[in-house]
Design a protein around this ligand. Structure first.
Ligand code: SAH
Length: 225
């Protein structure tokens, strides 16, 4: 299946809202760190329901673009806002439909690892960023987060599973400085009492605590020179 087919199905099934709810637990903390200023132009790669842009607009950014490879995702996202400064485009990470040096800050949550060529996507991000612009890249699927490894079995798109270090190296190879890398724990997801385990999803309570409270979301921040 293509990105389009896979995620159009998710959007039609309403999974975009479910992701928004779960990802918000850590995304809000990462978004709060973005150094956006009034009037900035921001871009959200793999925008899903577009919640990140709605949140950034509350901080007075200017134009906000959400790019997604699945037309149904973009269509849903449009329905969730009537803000005329927020626009959604259907496109692929391989070739960003934006001019060189045109974007102040790029955000992406739980999407970057679906890129067919993540190195080329990073070069694209570097190209569209203005000098001093940032890329806030948030992922839950990465090497150190062992519980995430099984996700690939449930999806037809090849996922890139980098380690923390591989993220930093790849950012640098694409010409971005690495300003920060951090694990943002999910403190909101309910972890049941010991007596409830095993659950449908978790063999042990420790595994669940490790996944959410220890590893959570990996945030890597790149800065364009
Ligand atoms: N950022 C949202 C959505 C995550 S799901 C959230 O946090 O909930 C991943 C999204 O990335 C999907 O909407 C999917 O269609 C999009 N996506 C995946 N690969 C893509 C690619 N190569 N180009 C553009 N969009 C892509």
């Amino acid at each position: 299946m293509s990105v389009r087919e896979e995620f159009d199905e998710w959007a039609t099934a309403g999974k975009d809202r479910g992701m928004e709810e779960r990802h918000w637990h850590t995304a809000k903390h990462a978004l709060a760190r973005m150094p956006v200023e009034t009037g900035d132009t921001v871009l959200d790669l793999g925008t899903g329901s577009g919640y990140a842009l709605r949140a950034l607009r509350e901080r007075d950014v200017g134009r906000a673009y959400g790019l997604d490879g699945a037309p149904e995702m973009a269509r849903n996202a449009r329905e969730y806002t009537d803000d005329d400064q927020v626009g959604f485009v259907v496109g692929d990470f391989d070739s960003l439909p934006f001019a060189d040096d045109s974007i102040d800050h790029v955000w992406s949550m739980e999407a970057f690892y679906y890129a067919s060529d993540p190195h080329s996507t990073l070069r694209e991000i570097r190209r569209v960023l203005k000098p001093g612009g940032t890329f806030y890249c948030a992922v839950n699927y990465y090497e150190e987060n062992r519980a995430s490894h099984a996700w690939q079995e449930n999806i037809s798109i090849d996922m890139t599973r980098w380690s923390r270090e591989q993220y930093r190296e790849a950012f640098r190879d694409a010409g971005l400085y690495v300003a920060e890398q951090d694990n943002v724990p999910d403190r909101e997801i309910d972890v049941p009492d010991e007596s409830e385990f095993p659950t449908e999803d978790w063999d042990t309570r420790e595994a669940m605590v490790d996944r959410y409270r220890t590893w959570g979301t990996l945030l890597t921040v790149g800065v364009a020179p």
